[in-house]
Design a protein around this ligand. Structure first.
Ligand code: WTA
Length: 705
């Protein structure tokens, strides 16, 4: 912490925080002997404080927000001392720590005999010998005590609501499981692709697969037919579960036609199960297409849960990497569900009567772990929302908080920025006093968005948990604990207990010092870690364990850069590879480039990310055409190709039809230069060794005038 007696203020800006912060205006004035209040321009603003001159140097004051005292009293982890005690327990006896929680938190059909087996690292086994079923963890074990508690609280785009109790969830999932088994011949280990809107049947489908031991692979509903087809083929899926469509902004949209296109060629898919949601007309292929609504009520509502090994696969989820082809990230049963539950309990601190809402889509990992598996494993009430947060206006989420008395709200920085921009005062129009914890995930959050979230949504009393994690980690890895961690804006703070996350220097493998940047790594296997890339062992090893070694041993590298501050707090600085983050959606630049290359007039292409006010990052493409053509129509065609190959989520914000790309003499595209140009930065590096240095100036003038 800063020694206040040594601080000298820049005379023009001393904007002092009020409220829950440990640098107080009056204290500072007194301690610093500032006699004249007129010197100070004090406003109730926590973010503009920040420049203080100390010994002639500019440094920024760290704002620290202590946890809400009332909340801490009943939190599961109440103080940093308790946090440290847990982390020390894990450090001193790693396997003992995990074995204790696995026994405490999960219901085992047969107990495990070995906590962790890393003899074949990075292929690791957790809780070997144990038998359980993930759907039973999420449903059956709650039936005695919570049969009539709402498990899923659904709100449709049009405001229709549905409360599904644990007893009803059990029936629905059991029937669904019987349908898959008896009508579609799905067996343990078969892959089932789920391409669904945000309706309760999506959760039933996931849990039904888990119940019978089938491996689900959800494809986000915004992906195109081509993208869906690639994922179906890579997973060799036998069945696709979809819906006719759903509603967005009061209008129906369609999914089944996308599935039809995806399956038009040779396909491993035998059956398509179609759930009705919007009742729009759809094409039907007799023999292949099966109507869920016509046969679901013929199924028995009892389906014995398949007895699964701890390490039997639970699901695949495709995510972007640094090559063109998405990776099928594999998660297995016991370790994943354990960590999903533990992080729900620690990070959101959901209590028996709480109503928890995560706004993600089930098509992303956040939807898997924090809409379905985590909340249900701990027996919570989880809200599922079909619509968009800004429809009919930017007050929708706050109206939902009021209507359903929501206590935890978890969303992405992009959504926070949009809600802030479109409805700064909307939260104050509703009674949102039930909120206790606010979460953010998916991309770095910027201070202005954080501030609005903290003050206007959190009423300066809710903890903000900036949760850092990824598809591969299964659950949170670095995050504040709402009752314990003093938080700093836009800072993921500390590794969760049990997670040996460290920022390492990639060259030496040593932990970096305060203020230095390094690679965010995890130095010990953890239960919810990725178990493999489907069908590609080599890629698994190379993608995650090839870059950093600590004490001579390969460690898991997240792909993100990070740094510690002087108090040891972790800030994630963003990807170090060719992955960009558009509205919290992970996108490989190579994937977008591969799509653009399919347009026949494209000779060369390079895609980079560019900072975007709302989306975090936007996609910026430099394209060299084969033959000169009218710019506007070519740009349209290029974005059209992206829409067809990936989906609208990957459309370019900027396309520059460049005369060439800056390359080294060996032909390597200098993306760093292209990134700088896209950001409007001056090129300061030496470009004389490029194949054609004049290209840089021409592109620069095209982009920045
Ligand atoms: C980024 C989403 C900063 C990061 C759960 C990571 C974040 C990628 C944060 C994973 C955060 C996620 N602060 N960056 N709190 N959370 N990221 O697999 O770059 O879709 O590697 O998982 O999102 O994206 P994924």
């Amino acid at each position: 912490m800063i020694d206040i007696s040594e601080i000298y203020f820049d005379k023009t800006i001393v904007l002092i925080p009020q409220g829950n912060i440990d640098l107080r205006f009056d204290t500072i004035l007194k301690r610093c002997n500032i006699p004249d209040m007129g010197l100070c321009n004090a406003v109730n603003d926590i973010f503009e404080i920040n420049y203080i001159i100390k010994e002639g140097k500019k440094m920024s004051v760290k704002e620290i927000f202590q946890p809400n005292v009332e909340f801490s009293k009943s939190a599961r982890i109440k103080s940093m001392a308790e946090y440290q005690a847990l982390q020390d327990e894990a450090i001193n006896d790693y396997e003992g720590f995990w074995s204790r929680f696995a026994k405490e938190k999960l219901d085992w059909i047969e107990p495990f005999t070995n906590t962790m087996d890393e003899s074949n690292f990075p292929f690791v086994k957790w809780f070997d010998g144990g038998k359980l079923n993930v759907s039973s963890q999420c449903i059956d074990r709650h039936l005695d005590s919570k049969a009539n508690k709402t498990a899923i609280l659904f709100e449709g785009d049009r405001g229709d609501t549905l409360k599904i109790t644990y007893a009803e969830l059990s029936k629905n999932v059991n029937k669904f499981a019987n349908l898959l088994k008896n009508e579609l011949n799905v067996k343990k280990g078969d892959r089932v692709v789920i391409y669904m809107p945000m309706i309760p049947e999506a959760a039933y489908a996931m849990l039904a697969c888990a119940r019978i031991g089938a491996i689900h692979s959800i494809v986000f509903g915004g992906f195109s037919a081509e993208a869906l087809k690639d994922r179906i083929q890579d997973a060799e899926a036998k069945v696709v579960i979809t819906a006719d469509g759903a509603y967005r902004k009061d209008k129906p949209y369609m999914l089944k036609p996308v599935v039809d296109t995806a399956l038009s060629g040779k396909t491993p898919v035998e059956k398509v199960l179609v759930v009705k949601r919007n009742n729009e007309e759809i094409a039907w292929l007799d023999g292949r297409d099966i109507s869920y609504n016509d046969i679901i009520d013929n199924q028995s509502d009892e389906c014995e849960a398949e007895i699964m090994d701890s390490e039997d696969p639970l699901f695949l989820l495709y995510t972007s990497g640094s090559t063109g082809k998405p990776k099928g990230v594999q998660h297995n049963s016991a370790g994943y569900i354990l960590w999903a539950q533990m992080t729900m309990e620690w990070v959101f601190d959901v209590k028996e009567d709480d109503v928890y809402w995560c706004t993600a889509d089930v098509g992303w990992i956040t939807g898997h772990t924090y809409i379905v598996y985590g909340p249900l494993a701990m027996g919570a009430t989880t809200v599922m929302f079909e619509g968009v947060p800004t429809y009919p206006d930017a007050g929708r989420p706050w109206k939902m908080v009021q209507d359903h008395k929501i206590t935890q709200f978890y969303t992405a920085p992009t959504a926070i920025r949009v809600l802030h921009k479109m409805g700064e005062d909307e939260p104050s129009k509703y009674d949102i006093s039930t909120l206790k914890v606010l979460g953010t995930v998916g991309e770095p959050i910027d201070p202005p968005a954080w501030k609005w979230y903290y003050e206007s949504v959190g009423q300066s009393k809710c903890a903000i948990v900036d949760t850092y994690w990824q598809t591969e980690t299964g659950g949170h890895i670095v995050s504040p604990l709402p009752g314990a961690t003093p938080i700093k804006p836009a800072c993921a703070t500390f590794p969760l207990p049990g997670i040996m996350a460290e920022i390492l220097d990639p060259k030496t493998g040593k932990k970096v010092g305060a203020g230095e940047s390094g690679y965010m790594c995890i130095t010990k296997p953890w239960p919810a870690m990725i178990r493999g890339v489907w069908g590609d062992e080599d890629r698994f090893v190379k993608s995650y364990f090839g870059d950093v070694k600590k004490d001579g041993k390969a460690v898991y590298f997240t792909g993100d850069g990070a740094k510690y501050d002087e108090d040891g707090y972790i800030t994630i600085t963003g990807r170090t590879d060719d992955v960009i983050n558009v509205s919290g959606h992970r996108m490989g630049t190579a994937e977008v480039e591969a799509a653009i290359k399919k347009y026949n007039n494209v000779a060369e292409v390079a895609v980079v990310g560019k900072p975007h006010e709302i989306k975090g990052e936007g996609i910026f493409a430099y394209v060299v055409l084969k033959e000169e053509a009218e710019a506007e129509s070519e740009m349209k065609a290029i974005n059209g190709m992206i829409k067809q190959e990936i989906g609208s989520i990957a459309l370019c914000d900027d396309i520059i039809l460049a005369p060439g790309l800056p390359k080294t003499r060996s032909g390597k595209i200098m993306r760093r230069i292209l990134r700088s140009i896209a950001k409007g930065e001056k090129i300061t590096q030496d470009i004389s060794t490029l194949e054609d240095p004049s290209i840089v100036a021409s592109i620069e003038s095209m982009v920045n005038g």
